[in-house]
Design a binder for this molecule. Structure first.
Ligand code: NAD
Ligand code: TYD
Length: 355
């Protein structure tokens, strides 16, 4: 049997970003065994990895990060040497309607992993516990300024509060027990395989189906968008060359108001679907704002760029077009992932926003 040099537990590897991280590790590091550990919630989908799941260095284990038994078992069955932790409940709107799921998965789940890693690794020879987090922990910006690694935490949604809490626990395990860690806080990701409840895939799919396009509030909230494969690249770089105990911000200096972004998608899809110019824009509806809606996120990633040499590879206009093409070519994937209760759930939520 092949001797692997590392046995990396990737939690949440069946989700959007996790599947891109798993794919990148499998392809670039055949000497590593990649153990994808995922509970397969509504957001997890093994179809995301069907192009690489026969790789000899890939293992999938269905399990729950909140279960001590599941986590202990995967560590001992596979001799885990490193963790890249992405598993989480990730959608802000769901955190508003049901915060407890976020406390369980994001806070309790992270602490469960930290406990098992600490016990299993003992004296921490060459191990890395890498926690993937969000820029949303820093709160909401005014018109000026960028989030830096030193920006004080100010989470404002149940989602960001749960991620902030998990970041604090990861740092606490580093300072208290000496656990070797890295943390990165990334801006909004876009690209293939994103569950269509998040803004970009939701708008693409609604346009395709000629359904109304919900824009929350005045549409002037700003997000800083990063191509998901650039995030996966940054994770690779930080995992391998980041310093023990350090935090790195990840972002592409790419700020868009939601309404401009939605309009851009309408124009791209007028063209690709051969619809008359301006037709898709007529689907836009300004609906009730998200409670506590953060106004602006924007990341300063200069530490990562200057210290570790990472930079984004693709311009937003190009990435957006590639993303649209991917969703148009993968309608079966969309159908599969939104089967079950999702469509009914979405229609109910939308009706509430419109009323
Ligand atoms: P996602 O919702 O697409 O995927 C999450 C995955 O975690 C799913 O496969 C799900 O099945 C799994 N999961 C959830 N609870 C679990 C549990 N208890 N045990 C095991 N597996 C469980 O999320 P994503 O957008 O890919 O985000 C991944 C990570 O990156 C999250 O930690 C998120 O906070 C962070 N992040 C996301 C973004 C973004 O724009 N999407 C930006 C910055 C950071
Ligand atoms: P989302 O993709 O949920 O990411 P996040 O809340 O983590 O930033 O939302 C991105 C932005 O788009 C956010 O400002 C909320 C807004 N939005 C809408 O206007 N309409 C929608 O239907 C959704 C899902 C989001």
């Amino acid at each position: 049997m092949k001797e692997f040099t590392k046995h990396i537990l990737v939690t949440g590897g069946a989700g959007f970003i996790g599947s891109h991280v798993v794919r990148r590790l499998l392809i670039n590091y055949p000497d590593y065994r990649v153990i994808n550990f995922d509970r397969l919630t509504y957001a997890g989908n093994l179809q995301n990895l069907k192009d690489v799941d026969t790789a000899p260095n890939y293992v999938f284990v269905k399990g729950d990060i909140t279960s001590q038994q599941d986590v202990n078992k995967v560590f001992s069955d596979y001799g885990i040497t490193d963790v890249i932790h992405l598993a989480a409940e990730s959608h802000v709107d769901r955190s508003i309607s049901g915060p407890m799921d976020f406390v369980l998965a994001n806070v309790v789940g992270t602490v469960q992993l930290l406990n098992v890693a600490r016990e299993y690794w003992g004296d921490f020879q060459n191990n890395v516990f890498y926690h993937i987090s969000t820029d949303e922990v820093y709160g909401s910006l005014g018109d000026q300024g960028l989030f830096e690694e030193t920006t004080a935490y100010d989470p404002r949604s149940p989602y960001s509060a749960s991620k902030a809490s998990s970041d604090h626990f990861v740092r606490a395990y580093h300072h208290t027990y000496g656990l070797p860690i890295r943390i990165s806080n990334c801006s909004n990701n876009y690209g293939s395989h994103q569950f269509p409840e998040k803004l970009i895939p939701l708008i693409i799919n609604n346009i395709v189906q000629q359904k109304e396009l919900p824009v929350y509030g005045d549409g002037k909230n700003i997000r800083d968008w990063l191509w998901v494969e650039d995030h996966a690249h940054a994770i690779d770089v930080i995992f391998h060359t980041g310093k023990n105990g350090e935090t790195y911000n990840i972002g592409g200096l790419n700020e868009w108001t939601n309404i401009d972004l939605v309009r851009r998608l309408c124009t791209i899809l007028d063209d690709k679907l051969n619809r008359p110019s301006g037709m898709n824009e007529q689907l836009i509806r300004f609906v009730t704002d998200r409670a506590g809606h953060d106004r602006r996120y924007a990341i300063d990633a200069s530490k990562l760029t200057q210290e570790l040499g990472w930079s984004p590879s693709i311009r937003f206009e190009e990435g957006l077009e590639k993303t649209v093409d991917w969703y148009l070519a993968n309608t079966d994937w969309v159908k599969h992932i939104t089967s079950g209760d999702y469509t009914k759930y979405y229609e109910q939520q939308y009706a509430l926003r419109k009323s």
